[in-house]
Unconditional design. Structure first.
Length: 494
């Protein structure tokens, strides 16, 4: 009778592992989960037989065989958490834990120091702790605490609602997994039926549903696939547009000569020939704009996976110059942008490409506001639009200020501008993700972004980024540090 539960749990875990592998395929995430399911499947299957065995030698062999897999179970869970939180910096500790499990497994096979035979209880035989068994218990506790810390740290870093739900479910699973450690008491002679398998079954069941329900690896893989598939035809369109731009003037000159000499009838509409001359540049501008959106979308999926050890000292002036060179300005727009003198030695710690994307979003919004203001025929439209970009050093931060003299942002709208999917633009003009992306970048780099606006005067976005070697930068790179995080509406440096 007592063998029914472990036998059922064993079969259940086989189903969990197969379910995830068939649904998600072989990924860095599904493999450690399958390893958890595999070790639990063998362990519980072994206990189902052990509870019924009466022959001492056979029971001793089953005890060691089953415990061989238990030794690896905490490490496989920790491995899974590392993949969920994308903390590659944990790899040395992970390898050390696997190494300790292997050492304990070897000691288990050749001696009685890890498991010293078995004890007989009302439900059957069960492993008895050896002298080195506390090492495995301590390893389990430390890995569970470390896993909880990684999940909580990842939860603090992310602002995406679905990812926070995902991490909450992983934390719940870890708590249930921790309850299974109560079975260790039976190893030390306390007589009760070991119910840890129930907690582990529920725990890994939650993880199985979480993996499939939230597709932990799917958003990144989908974004990477889309980026690759879209980038190739975009590059081809860009090359074709460039080729059209090179040959179109000659073709139009020949066409006009043919019309003048009455070799053909002019079939173009009035003004169409003039519009054709700008066709290639318009196509190229759209290609550049779409390519930027694709790159930024991919970057937004990888923000939670940033490895701060890869941060470099980046020149803010170089980022501003790169953004202005790459931005697909329409005719006359570049002249609206004024860059104040920026010290070339002014640098921030982070990723220059992400800040270029932030500037793209701010430029797009500012130019849209200026055009909207001019087309509304308001009193403000009589003046010319202006965008002003400057940067200074303040209290260990590189501070970028981005201003425009558009119509401004209303006081009822201002508190919501950094919220995902919040937009005041008409349908098709914006999805409300640009400023949310800007805030995510600022927070990921250990800084902050805020906005001040006065109607028909100026709207100013202020971006704080830690300078290399500053206190904020050191706190960001120190695993034990707790860098300050700012959100819209909070006080921040400067």
């Amino acid at each position: 009778m007592y063998s029914i539960l472990p036998a059922f749990v064993s079969a259940l875990f086989l189903g969990f592992g197969v379910y995830v592998l068939l649904t998600e395929g072989v990924t860095r995430l599904s493999l450690p989960f399958a390893a958890m399911c595999g070790t639990t499947f063998v362990w519980q299957g072994t206990w189902a037989f052990l509870f019924q065995i009466s022959e001492p030698d056979l029971a001793a062999a089953f005890v060691k065989f089953g415990y061989l897999f238990i030794l690896f179970l905490p490490t496989t869970f920790y491995h899974f958490v590392i993949e969920v939180t994308t903390r590659r910096s944990e790899r040395p500790l992970l390898f050390a834990s696997y190494g300790l499990s292997i050492v304990l497994a070897m000691v288990l096979l050749v001696s009685n120091e890890v498991v010293s035979g078995y004890g007989s209880f009302f439900f059957g035989k069960y492993p008895r702790a050896g002298l080195l068994h506390p090492v495995h218990v301590a390893q389990t506790v430390l890995l569970a605490l470390r896993s909880a810390w990684l999940l909580l740290a990842a939860r603090r870093r992310t602002h995406a609602r679905d990812r926070r739900k995902l991490l909450d479910l992983c934390l719940l699973s870890l708590c249930l997994y921790g309850l299974a450690a109560s079975d260790y008491a039976v190893n030390y002679g306390i007589a009760f039926y070991p119910v840890g398998a129930i907690f582990i079954a529920v725990s890994l069941g939650i993880l199985a549903v979480t993996i499939v329900r939230y597709g932990l690896m799917r958003p990144y893989l989908l974004a990477a696939t889309v980026a690759h598939e879209v980038a190739t035809p975009l590059a081809a369109i860009g090359m074709h547009a460039e080729e059209i731009g090179n040959v179109l003037p000659e073709l139009m000159r020949g066409y006009q000569l043919a019309v003048q000499h009455q070799l053909c009838v002019d079939g173009l509409y009035p003004g169409q020939s003039e519009r054709l001359s700008s066709l290639a540049s318009s196509i190229q501008r759209q290609v550049d704009s779409t390519s930027t959106v694709v790159e930024m979308s991919l970057a937004s999926f990888t923000l939670d996976r940033l490895d701060r050890r890869t941060f470099e000292a980046c020149s803010i002036r170089s980022c501003v110059n790169a953004a202005l060179e790459r931005f697909p300005f329409r005719s006359g727009e570049r002249e609206l942008v004024k860059v104040l003198p920026i010290d070339p030695q002014l640098k921030f710690s982070g990723s220059d490409s992400l800040i270029v994307f932030v500037l793209f979003n701010l430029l797009k919004n500012a130019l849209f506001a200026i055009h909207a203001s001019h087309s509304s025929h308001s009193s403000h439209s009589s003046g010319s639009g202006r965008v002003e970009i400057g940067a200074t050093n303040e209290d260990g931060y590189c501070v970028l200020r981005f201003s425009d003299n558009g119509p401004g942002i209303g006081p009822d709208v201002l508190p919501h501008i950094f919220e995902p999917f919040y937009s005041t633009k008409s349908h098709g003009k914006g999805a409300g993700m640009g400023l949310a992306f800007c805030q995510r970048v600022a927070l990921a780099l250990g800084g902050a972004i805020a906005c001040e606006s006065e109607a028909n005067v100026a709207t100013t976005f202020t971006l704080h980024l830690p300078e290399p070697g500053s206190a904020a930068d050191r706190a960001l790179h120190d695993p034990a540090g707790k860098p300050r995080r700012w959100a819209a509406g909070q006080d921040y440096p400067g």
